[in-house]
Design a protein around this ligand. Sequence first.
Ligand code: PHE
Ligand code: ZN
Length: 886
Amino acid sequence: MRTDVAQPVRLADYRPPDYLIDTVVLDVLLHDTETRVRAKLSIRPNPAGRAGAPLVLDGDELTAKKILLDGQDISPETIFVAPDQLTLASPPRQPFVLEIETEINPSANTKLMGLYRSGPVYCTQCEAEGFRRITYFLDRPDVLSVYTTRIEAAVSEAPILLSNGNKIDAGPIDGTDRHFAVWHDPFPKPSYLFALVGGDLGSIHDEFTTVSGRKVALGIYVEHGKEKSAVYAMDALKRSMAWDETAFGREYDLDMFNIVAVSSFNMGAMENKGLNVFNDKYVLALPETATDTDYANIEAVIAHEYFHNWTGNRITCRDWFQLCLKEGLTVFRDHEFSADQRSRAVRRIADVRTLRAAQFPEDAGPLAHNVRPDTYLEINNFYTATIYEKGSEIIRMLKVLIGETAFRAGMDLYFDRYDGTAATIENFISCFAEVSHRDLTQFSRWYHQAGTPLVEAQTSYDAAKQTFTLDLKQSCKPTPGQDHKEPFVIPIELGLVAADGAPIALQTGTEDGASADELARGVLELSTPERRVTFCDVATPPVASLLRGFSAPVRLSQSVNENELIALVAHDSDSFNRWQAAQTYATRLLLRSVDLVRSGGKPCEDEAFGEALYRAIESNIGDPAFAAQVISLPSEADMAREIGENVDPDAIHVAKQALRAALGRQLAPILLQTYERLAPEGAYSPDAAAAGRRALRTACLDLYAAGVPDEGGALAQRQFETAQTMTDEIAALGILTHVPGERREQALDTFYQRHSSEPLVIDKWFILQATIPEKGTLARVKKLMEHPAFSLTNPNRVRSLIGAFASGNQTQFNAADGSGYHFLAEIVIGLDRTNPQVAARLLAAFKSWRALESKRSALAEAALRRVAQVNDLSADVKDIAGRSLA
Ligand code: PHE
Ligand code: ZN
């Protein structure tokens, strides 16, 4: 029955399905407006379900053309068919076959869920609940079926026909202009992993031989003419396949593995069994079209989707509450992969930056939710940084807590025990409890309590006793629906650093001691609200380097002074904490400046920080990627989050610009010198070492231009004119774009002329313009919406122009007159009619509205209310608006 108010789905209500579907035979006759889907489902009562229950299949906007039960018509009294449901009142008690023919219109499918057209290509997206837009089904992840899929299409329109598994037959349909292909996937899978693609596509092919010597045919399908741009993705795929064998003992299991890149895609990519479908942004790269960050993202997303073959596909989720079981774990795996392929320390810094930028605000605002939620209104809204990134951090903590060997043993046990099943977080955790002989009940609170814990650390040195005392305290603010938090298990990796930088051995006595295991591994477990540890035989006053490698996703507040921070920047043996110390220093400076600016004063000045950065550039010249991270200051959004309440984005912007300018002036000589020293040499390589040189060069130019605008601007102009790579070109354009005037407009124009045939490059052009921190930007964005290269039906375009404005332009989205909020609300309301998923994601840009100063927060609230009151909102947008306002 269709109800007007979407009912929340609750984990507590989980019941096994009453029926199972063992096999699915699909026959899909592709047509741009009238695609026919014949589904033959072999169904049987589930012994674990309720005997004699009605069979209720999910649908979504479906039109049924024909339904047969065991080859017979069904009497109308026992069947109920609606666009969103098909019910058999009293199905047979024995296995039976249900044949359903539906008709769907891929060209009219603007939601990009189910079967749709991306330009001329037919493709599907079924996660989470898109399969029900193709045929009626038990569209839930704990129903696993073996699929055989026949696809038929006009040869001219779709010479390429792909689906999951292995191709077992293909040929022309005699006497017509049509042909067919049959695919069989022997691995039982949930419907959300189904995929098919039909179209006229170019491709590149390769082969991978698995450890056990099986040959796998690899294919990447792209728009004709883009084949060369897929070469890096293919290379990343082969490296991913090899890495999963060595790092996790996981071998690929089918004879083929195909990837298709499409231009219209709601998300990043999708792990359909044997047929990954990708947003082309995460496949296509050439040095002159893609930045080093794009290359790193492609490598990570290719790996992520490939790794899902084991973590997600072979072992899937029992229900959508377990989403982090596959996503958190697979993000963890792709992070490890990237760390092994590149620099571990630099990857960790980048991952933590992402976590803090995307997940911390979620946890601190009205959209906060558990990594394993226990209720949802719309599952599409749970593909969040909390599920993905914090979900990955939990697994990383688990590894820190039980150690590498036990972690690997736990993973092996998990693969062994749950292969072929739909599992839960409890199943997963039980494997690690078993191999490590630890009770992980308290640790599991990370899954069940939202919010970012705060760890407060006080230290004191007793010269007479030669002891150093560390007092740790944890707390966590309430989040929606969770007023009180129980203590977490927080692994705190640490070291003590002497003033001269020498590490001090960790020893404790009987009083306030740490366990031998904790001392040996340099990890303290904070599992109580407070803990004191007293280190002995500490001959000189040390600095505590806490939370090394960011060993837990918490906020740390530590009693450490500026000199001590500078000592850590210079000497900490943990490179993450060397970077963190510089960030902490900069954050403190900026916080002071924001206060000064808000009370009508000038931002503060501080030479010591510049000197520390100077030494950091000098001493890390051999690791330019790391040096680049050290001199990249916290973002304005980072500062807003740090401030947490009564936020004034304009004051933050002024403070940040002032610090950049001061540092740029102070460091001008070394910035310029480093910039010149790192000039490109030799042939282009996308590898981490070459990318690191470009990163530091870019960071130097950026800071230099902030401090010495005339010379810096001229240098940026020269780099813009001569750049050989997109990394260098876009960096230069970014600097030019931040300076108002004719030169900027000319550069933007030149860039557009150079790249107008590459939509993914034009996305960068949109992003740059949408993030200009000037009053005129909203007008510019509105004007760009009229540009022929923009389209509201392509999610990448929408995210680049409107998403970047809402999430990447602190001062203009949060303009004091509310114009940014009003604009976003109108866009969301309009877009909701065609693509609710993308609309809902845009609306989530309001997630920190309550932290703003009162005038802005009132305007933001009004805009959210304006959205919430619209009739016929999608469940997606209604859910985000409702939770944001609650
Ligand atoms: N499961 C995909 C991934 O993370 C993400 C996705 C979700 C894609 C929903 C499409 C729709 O790999
Ligand atoms: Zn994923």
